[in-house]
Design a protein around this ligand. Structure first.
Ligand code: GLP
Length: 244
């Protein structure tokens, strides 16, 4: 893992956006793996600015989101679909048909998982952006006795639900909306198939888990440790989240 520590969230957001821009300049039809959460909001803001300044285009790009809640409509303010539209897709020139976000209300969940898995693997992700949960989850791969390597349905931990409640408030939505208890997520195996991975973490509340990820051996109780198996992971931290 390559570690980069920057001064603050602004710098982290700019640098992460620069990595995506560089990827698209290198290969306009890149397949990008995208994450939600509070962490990448600044990165998306920078990408929108870069697009508006004519520095980057998403016209040929394809995106795959890591995860989505289950049991809600995609148009629900809670959904990651809404998050992605609000924060990125409504403001750039990406083609609608090139946006991939797991379904939030599939008729057949198992079929939806298999189809998403096959699509991601067939296309192949050039650059995957990740955040990290305070419990070490990646996407919605929650800590536990075992991890599912492929796209699957998962039960969310209480801590993860709380973390996402904060995100909802940050996005200006009423906290009256309930965060679903189940979600659909790429598996750790799906994620590790990406060519390059960038993990972002900021703020003092991430310091402990970042330290554990770096210092612990690979184990399913800390899914982020599995990133050590990948040959090209860059971790971008701000000073507050850096354990060094
Ligand atoms: C969420 C998402 C993850 C995200 C993580 C960190 O629950 N499913 O994809 O990376 O938790 O969230 P945040 O950036 O808000 O700390």
């Amino acid at each position: 893992m390559k570690l980069i520590t920057v001064n603050d969230y602004e710098e982290l957001s700019r640098l992460a956006a620069e990595y995506i821009k560089a990827q698209l300049l290198l290969k306009a039809n890149s397949n990008l793996g995208l994450a939600t959460g509070m962490t990448p909001m600044g990165m998306y803001e920078n990408l929108v600015k870069m697009y508006q300044n004519g520095e980057v285009s998403f016209k040929e790009a394809t995106t795959f989101n890591l995860d989505e809640f289950l049991g809600i409509s995609p148009s629900s303010p809670v959904s990651y679909y809404s998050y992605m539209m609000e924060n990125l897709f409504n403001h750039i020139d990406i083609k609608k048909e090139n946006i991939n976000i797991p379904l939030s209300n599939p008729e057949n969940e198992e079929k939806a998982c298999n189809e998403y898995e096959n699509k991601v693997v067939k296309k192949g992700i050039d650059l995957q952006i990740l955040g990290i949960g305070t419990n070490g989850h990646i996407g919605f791969n929650e800590p536990g006795e075992e991890l599912n390597d492929k796209t699957h349905v998962t039960n969310l931990k209480e801590e993860t639900i709380k973390q996402n409640e904060k995100l909802l408030v940050e996005r200006g939505e009423e906290s009256a909306y309930h965060i679903p208890k189940r979600a659909l997520t790429m598996g750790m195996g799906t994620i590790l198939k990406a060519d390059k991975i960038i993990l972002l973490a900021n703020g003092s509340n991430k310091k402990e888990i970042v330290s554990k990820m770096l210092h612990h051996n690979i184990n399913t109780n800390l899914p982020a440790t599995f990133l050590k198996l990948h040959k090209d992971v860059t971790v971008i931290l701000d000073k507050e989240s850096s354990p060094f």
